[in-house]
Design a protein around this ligand. Structure first.
Ligand code: SF4
Ligand code: SF4
Length: 347
């Protein structure tokens, strides 16, 4: 028998929340959702599981990841219960459940703790620069090594074990028997969704938002590749330099639009922002902006006398790599892609 957690609603409140008492189970949310199908029906099922406290059933479900948060269900809910917000809240909660370190949950639940973590990272970077006597070349060299080491470490120590936990909760524990050849055959699905997020096109009137997300992903991956593998800040290749400028400008422009939407709250999707949503877009914006400014100062031969600019970029980068990527909203990008892959091989 499914265990019931009567305190589940209270637990969820710390991740965003949902008014379970408001829902009268009419099913409008599922009826209007363009992504809900006969076999993968949501969000009402998640609402019912939540009302009944069926925590384990939600943990073993991939459905919260199949929602791309268009907000239609929230718009048409006659009770103003905000089912789209519930799906978002469940994704935050699941992120915390998959994370073996439990740090995601702590940071989602506590804004002061998130601020302290960010400040500690900033202090660490400044102390490191003091230890290097603010020698620009030395700080930049270590900054570049850090980028490579952080990617490898965060992936192997945090993200990979968490994906294995997600697989355990959603495939192994519920008893799906998936042959190895299905894992191999379906792997393309993982990468297609990771790079294109094409399922979002299934939401009505979502083409522009999908396109913005698509070029943001391309811009982000492009900047990562250019700075980490092509060593943009030290490169003398005109192609690499121009490409770096281009991708950082893309990130900057798209994230400005996202921040503007969240401030304006004109769209359903940007009406309800949690601190983790703000941190994600603002830090992306700062990354694009500061990377662009650092390279510009290098080209204008001004960086030597303005090491603070590089330190600012390094602080943003280290906070991004050590907090937002492993424990924050960045992981949604990864889990969503794996959810599409797992759904494909279990259906
Ligand atoms: S539309 Fe609103 S009231 Fe109806 S089932 Fe969905 S959440 Fe509940
Ligand atoms: S937010 Fe959009 S995609 Fe998500 S459940 Fe609601 S209608 Fe469906």
């Amino acid at each position: 028998m499914t265990p019931i957690n009567t305190e589940f609603g209270k637990k969820l409140e710390k991740y965003g929340g949902f008014d379970f008492n408001a829902c009268y189970n009419c099913g409008t949310c599922t009826a209007v959702c363009s992504l809900s199908t006969e076999t993968d029906s949501f969000p009402r099922e998640m609402v019912r599981f939540g009302v009944l406290g069926m925590e384990d059933d939600i943990k073993s479900s991939l459905k919260p990841w199949l929602c791309y948060y268009c907000g239609d269900c929230t718009k048409y809910c006659p009770q103003d219960a905000k089912p789209g917000e519930l799906m978002m809240t469940l994704r935050r909660w699941l992120t915390a459940e998959y994370d073996w370190t439990r740090l995601s949950g702590l940071l989602y639940r506590s804004l002061p703790l998130s601020i302290v973590a960010m400040l500690l990272v900033a202090a660490g970077v400044i102390l490191f620069a003091i230890g290097r006597n603010f020698n620009l070349e030395s700080v930049m060299h270590t900054g570049h090594i850090f980028e490579m080491a952080a990617i490898a470490t965060v992936f192997t120590v945090i993200l990979l074990p968490n994906i294995i936990r997600m697989w355990w909760f959603t495939i192994r524990k519920p008893g799906y028997k998936v042959p190895l050849k299905s894992y191999i055959k379906g792997i393309g699905e993982l990468f297609v969704h990771m790079f294109t997020q094409k399922r979002a096109l299934g939401c009505d009137d979502n083409q522009l938002r999908w396109f913005e997300h698509f070029i943001l992903v391309i811009g982000y991956l492009g900047l990562l590749f250019t700075t980490v593998f092509l060593d943009w800040f030290s490169s003398t290749s005109l192609f690499v330099i121009i490409f770096g400028y281009l991708v950082s400008v893309i990130i900057f422009i798209v994230t400005i639009d996202f921040v503007y939407d969240r401030i304006k709250k004109s769209k359903e999707i940007s009406k309800y922002s949690q601190p983790s949503d703000w941190v994600f877009v603002v830090w992306l914006l700062l990354m694009g902006f500061s990377a662009f400014a650092v390279r510009l100062f290098i080209d204008l031969k001004l960086l030597e006398n303005n090491i603070w600019l590089y330190l600012f970029h390094l602080i943003v980068l280290v906070q991004w790599a050590l907090i937002i990527v492993p424990f924050g909203k960045w992981t949604h990008f990864l889990y969503r892609s794996f959810a599409m892959y797992f759904t494909k091989i279990t259906n």
